[in-house]
Design a protein around this ligand. Structure first.
Ligand SMILES: NC(=O)c1ccc[n+]([C@@H]2O[C@H](COP(=O)([O-])OP(=O)(O)OC[C@H]3O[C@@H](n4cnc5c(N)ncnc54)[C@H](OP(=O)(O)O)[C@@H]3O)[C@@H](O)[C@H]2O)c1
Length: 254
């Protein structure tokens, strides 16, 4: 049985708490949050603390805290044999204070408090300084997910950068499209089958084989028409840059 204290009850911490609570191999002994939190029914029995001095003993302290405070917060933790891990894609393991055993437990998914994630399908990227700690994290990961992979901080940094492109940037594109359709009094729902098909395609085709559109085809008149529609728009530059990137990738010039 692995005992764990989850530190931070935000998007990631709150969902991980519920996943660990449902895992037979894990004992969620305590939740730390700096401010007051309201626990869902399934976590009512778990102890909560708001102070570092009130932290219970556990095999693992899991820090689900903003990237920029992970290092400083880890230096405030009591010195012990506890394995301290963070959940960030973009922070190196060595940012954690070296007084405790260090590791990473990065769930590669986008989490929002209001959406229940399906942890079984979420890759958990783990890293640890000591072999025995890596085994512990492997076991912890497998208690909630079917895919646990050991990767270095450098590899995780690259993975996280790629994740920003496929998730954060793509989501921003949805926002841009939604804004433009709102201005034209058109329903964003009309685009949803296209969004779904774009995501499904990548399961069975490479991104380069799946690429379509006026930039790839070199349809100059259509491209000019789009740029005209965007003439006073803050999104014109993004359109031009992505069009150039597609054309450089596939060898067509405007
Ligand atoms: N969200 C995602 O999609 C996602 C995916 C994978 C990994 N991650 C990583 O997971 C970590 C947490 O992200 P999140 O989205 O869960 O963040 P979040 O929702 O903003 O939650 C942050 C948590 O940290 C606490 N906190 C903030 N500042 C603090 C401070 N100065 N001292 C102590 N506690 C503080 C907050 O407490 P209060 O309630 O008191 O504000 C809250 O519990 C980050 O490292 C992130 O990179 C996020």
């Amino acid at each position: 049985m692995i005992s764990i204290v989850v530190i931070g009850f935000g998007n990631v911490g709150s969902h991980l708490c519920q996943a660990f609570q449902n895992a037979e191999e894990v004992a969620l002994v305590q939740i730390y949050n700096r401010s007051e939190i309201s626990l869902p029914e399934s976590l009512q029995a778990i102890a909560v603390t708001h102070s570092i001095s009130g932290l219970a003993k556990a095999d693992v302290y899991l820090l689900a805290l903003p990237d920029d405070i992970i290092s400083e917060f880890s230096s405030k933790l009591p010195k012990s044999d506890t394995l301290v891990v963070h959940t960030s894609g973009g922070v190196s393991m060595n940012s954690l204070n070296r007084d405790n055993h260090r590791g990473v437990f990065y769930p590669l998914q986008s989490f929002s408090k209001s959406r229940k994630p399906e942890f079984k399908k979420i890759p958990i990227c783990i890293e640890a300084e000591h072999h025995s700690d890596l085994n512990l994290l492997q076991e912890l990961g497998e208690s909630i997910s079917e895919k646990v992979v050991a990767i270095s901080s450098e590899e995780r940094g690259r993975l996280h950068l790629s994740a920003v492109f496929v998730n954060n940037f793509v989501n921003h594109m949805y926002h841009i499209s939604e804004t433009m359709l709102e201005e034209a009094d058109l329903d964003f729902d009309l685009l949803k089958p296209l969004i779904r098909e774009t995501a499904h395609k990548i399961e069975s085709m490479s991104a380069s084989n799946a690429q379509t559109g006026p930039a790839l085809r070199g349809d100059t008149k259509t491209l000019e028409k789009h740029l005209h529609l965007l003439k006073d728009s803050p999104y014109k530059e993004i359109y031009e840059q992505l069009t150039s990137s597609i054309q450089e990738t596939y060898g067509k010039k405007l």
